[in-house]
Design a protein around this ligand. Structure first.
Ligand code: F0G
Length: 408
């Protein structure tokens, strides 16, 4: 049976799978999908998943629905998919040398249909919205969720409304949301204010698709199924991911727990979450061993995707970090900028928030907190073209540096 359960360990309230509640009616904590996988042995299923790569079924072509034994079940005609997932694992030797580790791999989730990992969650979230008969969907966003929601809603024929912190999402992401036909509402303040505005509007006609929606988390967890398959089910020592609202970190923790429990892997990677120093409530919580998150009132970082002061999924993410023996750290905007430039020079590229992973790896390696012989997988969450203003700004050099040339 697949159903919704309260994510608080001491509550455990259960709800029917397609209940549209966003929080536990008993204690108010976030909900999660509990999957009792419909399958044979782990070994058989690994072969089935591999075999699906040769199939023409749209669900098999998707790097999310290919792993559908671990997802809620839907009739084929309800699944809204654009061949998301299927992103490469790239070995990065020069970047590894720069960061001080020997074996570094990038899992580039920015190479998804709308250029970020959000598509993995959105195919699942919009499919659920479609299944329950929603007509309109909405989210608050620093930009990528908005772009992804707008695209998948358009594919499903649903109206889309996105709440953005005014002047803070990159123009590229805003342009995507407009291009896909979403209604854009700009909110004075931060992402947290935009999310509060949307939640307090309490519009019953809107299906809500931020990452507190448990179906989003189900889709996003498949990034780790795909990554572990690429590692032939031998877990790397570390998986490193940037943390904003902490939905993605939560989904990775859930993936590792499920794959371990069901016998797909015999050990889990240690999950390292990296935040920007100006938007670091989770890193502060970790550092102080606190059991309660203190929000950052005015989050600020050049990595606008993770400019978030009050991450809603912190409890779920903490569970994943603790379960895997991981850690949470923060890095400065300068460190993010340097790391981003290196990833660019390696011919890969990513948006600033994604580069927080590499900055974190370098910081930990320099501090002797990361074994230099470890196998490290860094998750790049967004494409380089997601924030071109940042690149133009940070790569512009005075013209006198290049004789006879104009500034660039
Ligand atoms: N990296 C990128 C490129 C993002 O867009 C986000 C979040 C994150 C990392 C952090 O992921 O929130 O699950 O911890 N972007 C959201 C948005 C908030 O609205 O696009 P998280």
């Amino acid at each position: 049976m697949t159903y919704l359960r309260c994510s608080a360990a001491d509550c455990g309230a259960a709800l029917e799978l397609h209940d549209r509640s966003l929080a536990c009616p008993k204690c108010g904590d976030l909900l999660e999908v509990v999957i009792e996988p419909r399958f044979y042995s782990a070994c058989d299923l690994k072969n089935i998943w591999r075999g699906r790569r040769a199939s023409g079924d749209p669900r098999d072509i998707s790097g999310v629905w290919r792993f559908r034994e671990f997802l809620p079940e839907y009739p084929l005609d309800r699944v809204v998919t654009m061949a998301e997932g299927n992103t490469p694992r790239l070995r990065a030797r020069r970047t590894a040398a720069w960061s001080g580790v020997r074996e570094l791999w990038f899992k580039h989730l920015g190479w998804n249909p709308t250029g970020s990992f959000k598509d993995l969650g959105m195919t699942a979230g919009i499919t659920e919205a479609n299944f329950v008969g929603a007509r309109a969907v909405a989210c608050a966003s620093t930009g990528n969720t908005a772009a992804s929601l707008a695209a998948y809603a358009a594919r499903a024929g649903l109206a889309a409304r996105v709440y953005l912190p005014m002047g803070q999402a990159s123009n590229n992401k805003l342009a995507q949301a407009l291009d896909f036909g979403a209604q854009v509402v700009q909110i004075e303040g931060s992402f947290d204010d935009a999310l509060d505005a949307l939640l307090s509007a309490g519009d019953p006609d809107l299906y809500f698709l931020n990452s507190i929606n448990p179906f989003r988390i189900e889709g996003q967890k498949t990034a780790m199924f795909e990554l572990l398959e690429q590692f032939e089910w031998r877990a790397p020592d570390y998986v490193v991911v940037p943390g904003g609202n902490l939905g993605n970190s939560s989904s990775f923790g859930k993936a590792f727990a499920e794959l371990k429990t069901q016998g797909f892997i015999d050990r889990v990677p240690r999950l390292i979450v990296v935040q920007a120093a100006g938007a670091n409530p989770f890193a502060r919580l970790w550092e102080s061993h606190s059991k309660q998150l203190t929000p950052v009132a005015a989050p600020d970082t050049v990595a606008t995707a993770i400019r978030i002061g009050n991450p809603r999924s912190w409890r779920k993410a903490l569970r994943g970090v603790e379960f895997t023996g991981g850690m949470v750290i923060d890095v400065t905007d300068e460190e993010i900028g340097e790391a981003k430039a290196i990833i660019g020079r390696d011919g890969i590229g990513c948006e600033p928030a994604s580069a927080a992973t590499l900055a974190g790896i370098k910081k930990l390696a320099a501090a002797g907190q990361l074994d230099p012989h470890a196998v490290v997988a860094a998750v790049l969450t967004g494409h380089a073209l997601k924030d071109t203003d940042y690149i133009i700004r940070s790569q512009t050099r005075p013209s006198e540096e290049v004789p006879g040339a104009h500034a660039r």
